[in-house]
Design a protein around this ligand. Sequence first.
Ligand SMILES: Cc1ncc(COP(=O)(O)O)c(C=O)c1O
Length: 487
Amino acid sequence: MSKIGWLGALPDLDRDSIVPLYRQIYEALRESILAGTLPESTRLPPERTLAGHLDVNRSTVVHAYRELVADGLIEQKVGSGSRVVPQLRPGQPERSASVPWWVTLPPWRVGEFPTILGELAAKQEPGRISFVQGVAPDQPSPLGELAKSFSRVASDPRFILSYGDSEGYEPLRNAISQRMALRGARTQPKDVIVLTGSTQGIMVVAQSLAEPGDEIIVETPSYPGALQIFQICGLRAIPVPVDEDGMRVDHVEAILRTRRPRFIYTMPSLHNPTNVTMNADRRERLVTLARRAGIPIIEDDPYGELSQGGHPPLVGLAPDSVVYLSTFSKTIAPSLRVGWLAAPRTILERLLLRKQALDMATSLYVQAAISDYLETGYDAHVAQLRVELRLRREMADAAIAEHWPSTMRTSKAGGGFYLWVTTPREIRARPLLDQSERLGASFLFGEPFFASSGGDHNFRLALTPVTREQIPEGIRRIGKAIASIRQ
Ligand SMILES: Cc1ncc(COP(=O)(O)O)c(C=O)c1O
C-alpha cells in the first residue's frame, strides 16, 4: 500500500467538534474501507505514525483501530500491524457468512449528538440540579383531572382498546381544529391528522416532502430532535440565524435567490432553544417568500399555546403553504405521546399513509382521554402553567443578575420553557458544564442545536424540570463554576 492510499483516507480533523477525534478517524477509515478506496489487505500505518501525522495522541488512534477491529474491518497481528480484512470488495462489501452482517449495513447517518443528548437526558444524579430536559414542571400537575378523564373514557372498553382510525379520533380532531381557529388558524377537522407525538410529524414530513440529498432551510440554533431526523433522512440543512425577532427572513430571501430547498423548518412561537417569537412583519414576509418560491413551510409549534397573547400561527396566514405541527407534550405531558399536524388537503393522503406505515394509529385510549380533558381541566391547567412559566423566568433572571457576571448574555425572550445563554469568549460551554456538574448543576451545551458548526459558546437552561426552589440554587452553582473557570 503506498502512503498516498491511507493519506487520502484521512479526515480533516475538526478539533472543535463534539465528535471525539478517535470517532472521526474511525469513521473516515471505515468509509474508505467500505467504499474500496482502502482495498483488502491494505496495511494501515502503525498507530504511532498515524498519530504523528494527525497530531493526536497515540491512544486516539489505538481507540479508532480497536473500533475497526470490532467491526471486523481490519485485523491486527503482532509483528505485521493492522490490515484491512480480505473479504471485502471495493464499494460493495460482500454479504456472506464470513462477513459479520453489521459490517455490510449502509452508512449510519445518526451523527454523534443524539447519543450524547440521550446520555445527558438520562443522567439524573442525586443532588444534582438538572436544567436539561424540556418537560413541563411538576406543578401545576394535570394528573388529577386527567386521571378522571381516563377513568370516564374507560366506560367504553371495547372502543378505547381498539385501533381506531389512522387520521385520529374524530372528536379530538374537531376539538383541535376549533382550538386552532381560536388562535387565528382556521383549519377543518378533515385537515388534521393526530400523531404519536409531533416528533412523528417531523419524520413524516421529512420522508414525504423531500428525498435524501435534498436541501432544506432550518433555523440556527434549532431543535436537536428535528435536526437528528433531518440527518437520518439524508437532508442537507442550510442554516439561517435567529435574532430577538425570530428567524432572519432576509437570509431566507437571499438563499431563495439561488437555491430551491424542499422546505423551511421553523418554530415561530417560543422557539426552542431561544424562546424568541417571530415578529408580525417577518411572519408576513416569510409566508410571502415561501409562496413566491413555491416552497412549503413546516411550522413546529409545541409552545405557541403557552405564549401570553402571541401571534396567530403562520398556518393562519397561508394555509396552502404551511404544514403545521403541534403537541400536547408541553401543555399536558410528553408521556401521552399525542401531537397533531394540519396540512393542505392536496398532500394529506401522502402524509397519512406515512403515518399509517409507522404505527397504524395513535393510542385511541389516550386520544379519547385527552379529548375529554380538553372539555374539562385543560384550559385551567394551561392558564396556571403560563403563570408558572412567567414566575420561573422572573426567578431565573433575578438569580442570574445576582450570581453571574454581566458578560453572560441571556436571550430576553420569556414565556416558554427555556433560557438561552451566550458565554463570553473565555468561557466555553462544555468545560463550564463539566465544572458545573462537579458543583451539582447541569444544562444542555450548545452544539447539538446547530446543524453545522457553532454553539460552543452557548447553552440552554430548561427552567421546567426542576422545582421552583432549585432555580436560584442551580443558577448559583453555575455562577460558582463560571467564577472558578475565570480565575
Ligand atoms: C420544537 C419541538 N418540536 C417537537 C418536539 C417533540 O414533541 P413530541 O413530544 O410531541 O414528540 C419538541 C420537544 O422538545 C420540541 O421542542
